[in-house]
Design a binder for this molecule. Structure first.
Ligand code: RIB
Ligand code: CA
Length: 308
């Protein structure tokens, strides 16, 4: 039976690749794509989700969600992803529009309609997920799993302490991490192992297909920020790690830890505090990605993108 997922995202270059990987994988039934503010504003992330489904040629429904965090001010990452959020490739004009239903109501509806079967895959701020948990607590025991890109067992990328997705809405992240839903966290400590250097980008271009070229051009644009900031020869494909984990969990080494969110403002605001050495005695609440077979990750990605 195909695994039912809802991708909740802020496309964004790596979100776009995660969407393409999911839509190309018959093991997954993508019930819908829900969008949230994050890399760029909600209007852009929603349009970008429509653009990516156009590139994929798959009419998966798109639902717009939260346009701002629960409490803090909104931050964004145009400097990384460009003003549109998908700088680099030519973007086709999307046909169709987002559905009229709010993303949070769609998430609630689908989880109640398919009890125990829906996996939520957030790769942006956790605002939509937190709102769904608060609006309809009945879904909490009915969500199969939440597999998210966010946080880190160690250092941040937007502040020394915090990773961007969690920092976008630490209060929402705290609601999600405290809800008791089975959690998988693909944090920076894991995703930074997947740097798309030129030889890896060349594999997508070598496919000789429009989607292969689209992915290569996304990664070439995404690389520039990482060259400047980290002196790396490529960008990590953070968000695709969630989908790859669902498809090939054997590519990943994980550990069970207690992870809590710092929701108080200050130096550690938005940090995912991972009790790596189990010093608190608190029960684990999260499966945390530690290592990935990077060559296996890229073989999977190139194979599936090559399937379009
Ligand atoms: O910190 C990386 C995360 O922030 C990724 O999901 C990227 O798309 C941005 O949302
Ligand atoms: Ca993202």
């Amino acid at each position: 039976m195909r695994r039912k997922i809802i991708l909740d995202c802020d496309p964004g270059h790596d979100d776009a690749i995660a969407i393409l990987l999911a839509l190309a994988s018959p093991e997954l039934e993508v019930l819908g794509i829900t969008t949230v503010f994050g890399n760029v504003g909600l209007e852009h992330t929603t349009r970008n989700a429509l653009v990516v489904r156009e590139v994929a040629g798959v009419q998966v429904p798109v639902y717009a969600g939260a346009d701002r965090p629960l409490v803090r001010d909104r931050i964004s990452a145009e400097a990384v992803h460009g003003a549109s959020g998908l700088g680099g490739p030519h973007l086709p004009t999307p046909t169709g529009q987002a559905e009229p239903k709010h993303a949070v109501l769609f998430i609630i509806e689908q989880v109640l309609q398919h009890p125990g079967q829906v996996t939520l895959v957030p790769t942006g701020a956790l605002t939509n997920i937190a709102l769904a948990l608060r609006l309809e607590p009945r879904i909490i025991p009915q969500i199969r799993e939440i597999v998210l890109m966010g946080g880190s067992i160690d250092i941040g990328n937007w502040t020394p302490s915090a990773e961007f997705n969690i920092l976008c809405d630490p209060h929402a992240a705290r609601i999600v991490f405290e809800a008791g839903v089975p959690l998988v966290m693909m944090g920076l400590n894991l995703t930074h192992q997947t740097v798309a250097h030129p030889a890896r980008i060349a594999r997508f271009r070598a496919l000789g297909t429009p989607v292969g070229r689209f992915v290569a051009e996304l990664l070439e644009f995404f690389r520039e920020h990482h060259r400047r900031r980290y002196k790396w020869e490529g960008a990590p494909i953070h968000d695709a790690c969630t989908i790859a984990y669902l498809l090939r969990p054997e590519l990943f080494k994980t550990g069970l830890f207690n992870v809590e969110i710092e929701s108080n403002e200050g130096l550690a605001f938005g940090r995912t505090v991972c009790d790596y050495w189990h010093v608190t005695g608190k029960p684990p609440n999260c499966t945390v990605g530690l290592e990935v077979d990077v060559e296996g990750f890229y073989d999977l990605l190139v194979e599936r993108i090559g399937g379009y």
